[in-house]
Design a binder for this molecule. Structure first.
Ligand code: WQD
Length: 339
């Protein structure tokens, strides 16, 4: 079966391509390489022995999207990662985010509406919850006003898919709300490659340890948490990738209960920034240079997932812990910098 993975050269996309191939799916990648490199194809092939078919297409080009679906009419399912995802950047250039994250979603759904059997997995985010009133966070937690245009594009994206599924019975879709993806494939063939100064915690930690950054700034230790630093649910990217394959297979085998479903993807365990640093120091056997600074605007105090629904309905549970994620993130950073 042929599966389209948009953004398949990206961090989560490339790990999902590997797991799809491991399950025997034929993979076609669309990526515009705005935040990724074609070299990732080599990494994927080195892991699985199979080079995915790749087309460099910008999903904002409506005609190219239509031509693709004409050429690949046998695509059985789509996993849609391609989007802009930097929270801070989205505040500065909102229209770029709305065009790239919403416009392209509409083009993809318009193509899928034409198919007799369409299966769609959407990359969403725990960002839609904002600071949830109750922890752990279930899928029924209220979606709050987004703190950023990026978060808003995920909320709007889910609503667009929900509304389209309502009037398109032959379209089955699942939105996967990721918590904080970290780590890398154990082979060190693929991993996270942030362009420029990393916005996220873990790549900043590994780049600091590598000497690329002077020190890590810990954004505040005066939150209402046990050690004062923010709590997040850090999920290994390989666990996350496996969940995508399970969710897609659920749709392909018509095991879904509704034709639009939502699942949280996290470990169910919250870790503070200081606990992440401690984990890194343990697995790398070196101390990290960091300093406590002021809070970062827009950060929420704590978020971690109630994973009951994914456990029960998908039969999926995260298997890799924080130490393993930090170990693979560090191995990957060393590999990339010592090339
Ligand atoms: C985690 C914690 C920071 C950097 C974002 C998006 C979310 C998803 C994951 C895309 C926070 C602290 C961070 C640093 C720090 N992205 N931190 N120093 O903000 O939870 O989630 O990325 O889907 O949608 O919102 O992740 O890694 O930026 O921050 O102290 O240099 O680490 O304050 O508490 P976040 P993050």
């Amino acid at each position: 079966m042929k599966i389209l993975v948009t953004g398949g050269l990206g961090f989560i996309g490339s790990h999902t391509v590997v797991e799809l191939q491991n399950e025997g799916y034929e993979v076609v990648i669309i990526d515009n390489c705005s935040n990724s490199s074609e070299d990732v194809l080599v990494g994927i092939e080195n892991i699985t022995g199979k080079k995915p078919f790749f087309e460099k297409i910008d999903l904002r080009d409506r005609k190219k999207v239509n031509d693709f679906f004409k050429k690949h009419s046998d695509v059985a399912g789509v996993i849609h990662f391609a989007a802009s995802k930097a929270v801070g950047e989205s505040v500065k250039i909102p229209l770029t985010y709305y065009e790239n994250n919403i416009g392209t979603l509409v083009y993809l759904l318009q193509e899928l509406q034409e198919k007799d059997d369409a299966n769609f997995i959407f990359s969403s985010s725990c960002t839609v919850y904002g600071q949830a009133d109750e922890l752990p966070i279930t899928e029924n937690a209220p979606v709050k006003t987004a703190e950023s245009p990026y978060g808003n594009t995920k909320q709007i994206g889910e609503e667009i898919i929900r509304d389209t599924c309502k009037v398109t019975p032959k379209l089955k879709a699942i939105a996967l709300r990721y918590f904080n993806p970290i780590g890398a494939h154990k082979s060190t063939e693929i991993g996270e490659l942030p362009l420029g100064v990393p916005q996220n915690l873990v790549p900043f930690i590994t780049q600091t340890a590598m000497g690329l950054r002077d020190k890590l700034s810990v954004f505040g230790d005066d939150y209402d948490t046990p050690d004062g630093t923010c709590i997040r649910d850090y999920i290994h990217v390989v666990d996350l990738a496996k969940a995508h394959v399970i969710a897609l297979t659920r749709l392909l085998k018509n095991k879904n209960k509704e034709n639009y479903e939502v699942f949280n993807l996290g470990t169910g365990t919250g870790s503070s920034v200081l606990e992440v640093i401690k984990s890194f120091e343990k697995v790398s056997e070196q101390s990290l240079n960091y300093a406590i600074v002021d809070r970062r605007e827009g950060d929420i105090t704590a978020a971690y997932a109630d994973t009951t629904l994914a456990n029960d309905e998908l039969g999926w549970k995260a298997e890799l812990d924080l130490d393993e994620a930090m170990r693979t993130a560090w191995k990957w950073e060393q590999k990339v910098r010592n090339k």
